[in-house]
Design a protein around this ligand. Structure first.
Ligand code: SF4
Length: 232
C-alpha cells in the first residue's frame, strides 16, 4: 500500500477545500438527531435526493422514536417505498425506534457502542450521527471518501476502516470536524467516479492520480439550501 500524504500536505489539501466551502453541510434533510439517524439509515445504497423526497412528508408527521413506533411499519413503508431496500429499512427503523424508547429514554445516544447496537446502524452511520448531530471529529468513509482518499493518495487503504484510520491520523485537528463533508462534496461534485473534473480541481497539484482528465464535464452544482426547501 502506497504511503499517504504527510500531515503538512494534508493540511494544504483541506485548507483549499475549506477556502472553497468554509462551512460544509450534509445534503440530507433532518430536524433533530433522531430524524438525522433515520435519514442516514435510509440513505444506504440510495441518493440523498431520493431520501429527502421520501422523508419530507414523513418528518413533517414523525420526528421522534415514539411517534415512529405509533406510525408502525406498514404506514412507514408507504412513505419510503421509493427508496431501495425499503422493506428491510422500515423494519430496522421501527426496531431502532423501539430500542430508543425502551433503552434510551427516546433520545439518540451520543455514544458509538450504543449507536452501533441499534438495528441497521453500523460504524459509518454512527460516525455520521456523531459528527453531524453531536459535533464529534469522526469521519464516515462512504464510497466517495474511499475513492478520493485512494485516488489522490491522501489516505490510501484497502478497506473503509483502513482509510478512516489513516484519515484520522493525517488530517490536522482544525480540519477534522468538517473533513467528512469536504471529502464527500469533493467526490460528489468534482472528483466524480467516472470522469473527474481535474482541470478546475483546487487540489490538482497535490493529487497523485496519474490519469487526471485534461477536460471534463462542467462541474455539477451542489444543491443549495434554498433549492432543497423548494423540493428540487
Ligand atoms: S485532480 Fe482530478 S483526480 Fe485529483 S482530486 Fe482533483 S478531480 Fe480528483
Amino acid at each position: 500500500m502506497p504511503k499517504g500524504f504527510t500531515r503538512k500536505k494534508a493540511g494544504e489539501f483541506f485548507a483549499r477545500l475549506a477556502r472553497k466551502n468554509p462551512a460544509p453541510e450534509t445534503e440530507l434533510e433532518y430536524k433533530n438527531p433522531y430524524t438525522l439517524l433515520v435519514a442516514v439509515v435510509l440513505s444506504a445504497q440510495a441518493t440523498d435526493k431520493g431520501v429527502n423526497r421520501a422523508t419530507r412528508s414523513l418528518f413533517a408527521q414523525v420526528d421522534s422514536p415514539a411517534k415512529m413506533v405509533a406510525l408502525g411499519e406498514k404506514a412507514l413503508i408507504e412513505h419510503i417505498k421509493t427508496i431501495g431496500l425499503f422493506r428491510n429499512k422500515a423494519r430496522n427503523v421501527i426496531a431502532l425506534s423501539k430500542d430508543l424508547v425502551d433503552r434510551h429514554g427516546g433520545e439518540v445516544p451520543r455514544n458509538r457502542e450504543a449507536l452501533e447496537a441499534l438495528a441497521g446502524v453500523g460504524r459509518k452511520t454512527a460516525n455520521v450521527v456523531l459528527n453531524v448531530a453531536f459535533g464529534e471529529k469522526t469521519i464516515a468513509v462512504d464510497t466517495h471518501i474511499f475513492r478520493v482518499a485512494n485516488r489522490t493518495g491522501l489516505a490510501p487503504g484497502k478497506t473503509p476502516r483502513e482509510v478512516e484510520d489513516r484519515l484520522l491520523r493525517v488530517v490536522p485537528d482544525p480540519y477534522l470536524q468538517h473533513a467528512h463533508h469536504w471529502l464527500i462534496l469533493h467526490g460528489r461534485y468534482t472528483c466524480v467516479a467516472r470522469k473527474p473534473v481535474c482541470p478546475v480541481c483546487v487540489v490538482r497539484d497535490l493529487c497523485r492520480f496519474t490519469e487526471k482528465t485534461r477536460e471534463g464535464p462542467s462541474l455539477r452544482k451542489p444543491v443549495s439550501a434554498r433549492a432543497k426547501r423548494r423540493g428540487r
